[in-house]
Design a protein around this ligand. Structure first.
Ligand SMILES: [Zn+2]
Ligand SMILES: [Zn+2]
Ligand SMILES: [Zn+2]
Length: 158
């Protein structure tokens, strides 16, 4: 997380053990459904995102990728493209960092509550009906919306 915050220690834990194994299994099944493959590099990048306590930058992923040596950057960027395309991960523009998707359905608009103190980013299900209706009224076809709301998480407020 790279920020000097001690409010939120342990407040936003990544997945471990069975929960991690389960999440990777779900991803694998969804790949099969979509006739895609969760290749070892794709799986490794997803695992790193799921384990993390907060958003990770591409260079964090490159550094953590291998046991002995960092990954070649294109390997990680290609894996991230794939994970984003399948809806397993989202890029948070304002942080230039990635998080695993916490919501079940494949393609959706993403909304994040981002803590300016500890750097946590929590995904929630946005209700964009009014905005979508307004866009449609203007003749637009909207495919995806990303909302990034900044502030303080409960741990840092408390
Ligand atoms: Zn999501
Ligand atoms: Zn926080
Ligand atoms: Zn804090």
């Amino acid at each position: 997380m790279g920020l000097d915050c001690h409010h939120a220690d342990g407040a936003h834990p990544g997945l471990q053990g069975l929960a991690l194994t389960h999440a990777l299994g779900v991803a694998e099944a969804r790949c099969t459904e979509n006739q895609e493959r969760l290749t070892p590099p794709r799986r490794r990048v997803l695992e790193l995102l799921l384990r993390a306590n907060g958003p990770l930058k591409a260079y964090d992923l490159i550094a953590a990728f291998g046991d002995r040596a960092p990954a070649k950057p294109p390997t990680v960027y290609r894996a991230l493209d794939f994970l984003e395309r399948l809806g397993f991960a989202h890029r948070i523009e304002s942080l230039n960092a990635y998080v695993p998707c916490r919501l079940p359905d494949a393609a959706h608009s993403a909304a994040f509550l981002i803590c300016d103190c500890c750097g946590a980013a929590e995904e929630f299900d946005p209700d964009f009906k009014a905005q979508m209706a307004a866009a449609e009224a203007r003749g637009y076809e909207v495919r995806a919306v990303t909302l990034e709301a900044r502030g303080l998480c409960p741990a840092c407020r408390g």
